[in-house]
Write a protein that binds this ligand. Structure first.
Ligand code: C2E
Ligand code: MG
Ligand code: MG
Ligand code: MG
Length: 290
């Protein structure tokens, strides 16, 4: 603090040469506390069918409700989690928060698959399929109700190492989604060797499909290929009706983005589903998997 006050003068009180590592260390300590004190929370963002404009799935996105700094997005702490021994506790925590919500939705008749994101480090843990399987049983959630999103970048850098784990996860009966498609130069021919049902086209491409001719061609040929392999393309980061229309015209099955709904707390997400998601409460009309 003293050093900050003397920013323009000589820093007499700089006890640590490497401020980054000091900051990292304190963030790490706080993260450990966050896990103990239950400061992580899942937000949920709907995936919307582009033709029918109804919800066909939800994605769970982690947030850190920091007591001083407010709600922190995953970029601010997931990379640090990945580099630490907290990884397993984090994975456990995400499942322990998401699966009870999935069970609640199922009981209320909201039978939509809910997706959880997995990072490279999580997929490099050979015990992950056991962890996921045990969590599903513990919460009485059918595997079809859970989808796992795996970034394309992971499939490029760690394909060899993570493939057995991915196959074991698929054996549990959960469905798989290839996330951030277009950011990792994944060989498209390798796609059909994985039991992937859904390909999510990264928002950096989706943003370009309206005004940018090259962007349009790239995405529309990717969507064609995804379709010819029997998979569904989902557009990420849709922020306008123009983009939603263009994505639909290209053959994207569903879309996600602030234009439809932002990531929301569980209560707000449930309200959104009943109000705008094209779903009815269980008592009136039970809904089924898309
Ligand atoms: P992702 O899986 O690609 O998630 C999509 C991101 O796009 C989310 O950022 C979401 O909030 C954001 N988004 C939603 N609507 C729009 C929109 O209209 N425009 C734009 N530009 N972006 C939109 P978020 O929630 O900050 O998550 C960032 C990344 O963090 C995720 O990318 C995912 O890779 C990772 N992540 C999130 N939750 C978890 C988790 O529980 N575990 C792990 N391992 N990673 C997670
Ligand atoms: Mg995702
Ligand atoms: Mg994504
Ligand atoms: Mg993305």
């Amino acid at each position: 603090y003293v050093a900050k006050e003397h920013r323009t003068g000589v820093e007499l009180y700089a006890p640590y040469k490497d401020r980054n590592s000091t900051a990292r260390l304190s963030l790490f300590g706080e993260l450990r506390r966050a896990l103990v004190e239950d400061e992580l929370e899942m937000f949920y963002q709907p995936k919307v069918h582009l033709g029918e404009r109804r919800a066909v799935g939800m994605e769970a996105l982690v947030r850190w409700r920091h007591p001083q700094r407010g709600i922190l997005p995953p970029e601010e702490f997931v990379p640090l989690v990945e580099q630490s021994y907290l990884m397993r506790s984090f994975t456990h925590e995400v499942l322990e928060k998401t699966l009870p919500q999935v069970a609640r939705w199922q009981a209320e008749g909201v039978r939509l698959p809910v997706a959880v994101n997995l990072s490279a480090r999580e997929l490099l843990d050979p015990t992950l399929p056991d962890i996921v399987g045990a969590a599903l049983r513990r919460h009485g959630v059918r595997p079809e109700a859970l989808r796992l999103e795996i970034s394309e970048r992971v499939m490029v850098s760690e394909a060899e190492a993570v493939t057995p784990t991915i196959l074991a996860l698929a054996d549990l009966g959960v469905s798989l989604s290839l996330d951030d498609f277009g950011t990792g130069y994944f060989t498209l021919a390798r796609l059909n060797r994985l039991p992937v049902e859904e390909i999510k086209i990264d928002e950096s491409f989706i943003r370009r499909i309206v005004d940018d001719a090259d962007g349009h061609v790239i995405v529309s040929s990717a969507v064609d290929l995804v379709g010819s392999l029997g998979m569904r393309a989902v557009a990420e980061g849709v922020e306008s009706e123009a983009i939603a229309k263009a994505a639909a015209a290209m053959g994207c099955y569903a879309a996600q983005g602030r234009y439809f709904a932002p990531p929301m707390e569980a209560v707000a997400a449930t309200e959104w589903l009943l109000r705008e998601g094209g779903l009815e409460p269980a008592a009136e009309k039970p809904t089924h998997f898309a």
